[in-house]
Design a protein around this ligand. Structure first.
Ligand code: GRF
Length: 208
């Protein structure tokens, strides 16, 4: 049974989608054993509680540096024997030490088709740029900002009357399908990484 830690700073709708996928058996052989937030008021923590999943808060203010924060987090996750770290709206850039502690075992979801529109304002930036197609990306985390090997992407069309909120809402719905799917692939050992490319078995990509 793989142990997953989900790190979330906000609403936690992706956390919810992952928990539902586990509870309904769409992801087997894995459990979310801890939810961690840097924000004590994060709704993600309430969601964890509702699903009876333990949670912990790591407050930024309690650590003198990003490095010491991540060191504490690494120790905590290692003590809990976490196999996979899932960033779900965790609004902190992790340090190289953190990446090295969990090589190819940290995933993130980003609300654009990377490498377009990385960073915190992915949806707004895509809309402002005027792209006709955007979407979301699940990727492994490396030292860069939204730069790691891509696992899955899904596209959607931008509508003429889209606002940041309406576009974000449709992207969220895509994310809730894509993230559990990527985690399931990882749990079943279906992702092979070479350099920055992730190879999935053809039947897993829907392209077979
Ligand atoms: C998602 O849009 C994700 O792409 C981004 O942060 C947002 C988190 O949303 N990294 P939620 O907290 O899972 O609802």
């Amino acid at each position: 049974m793989y142990k997953i830690a989900v790190l979330a700073s906000g609403n936690g709708s992706n956390l919810e989608a992952i928990l539902e996928a586990i509870e309904s058996g769409r992801i087997q052989n894995a459990r979310v054993t801890i939810v961690i937030s840097d924000q004590e008021k994060a709704y993600a923590l309430t969601r964890a509680q509702k699903h009876r999943i333990p949670s912990a808060v790591f407050r930024k203010a309690e650590y003198p540096s990003r490095e010491s924060y991540d060191r504490a987090l690494i120790n905590y996750l290692q003590a809990k024997q976490i196999d996979l770290v899932v960033l779900a709206g965790f609004m902190r850039l992790v340090t190289p030490d953190f990446v090295a502690a969990f090589p190819n075992r940290i995933m993130n979801i980003h609300p654009s088709l990377l490498p377009a529109f990385p960073g915190r304002r992915g949806v707004a930036d895509a809309l402002a740029y005027g792209v006709k197609v955007t979407g979301c990306t699940v990727h492994f985390v490396d030292e860069g900002m939204d730069t790691g090997p891509i696992i899955l992407q899904k596209a959607l069309a931008v509508r003429e009357d889209d606002t940041v909120a309406s576009l974000q809402e449709r992207i969220h719905r895509l994310e809730h399908v894509l993230y559990p799917k990527a985690i399931d692939l990882w749990v079943r050992g279906k992702i092979k990484i070479e350099g920055r490319r992730c190879y999935l078995e053809p039947e897993e990509t829907g392209l077979a």
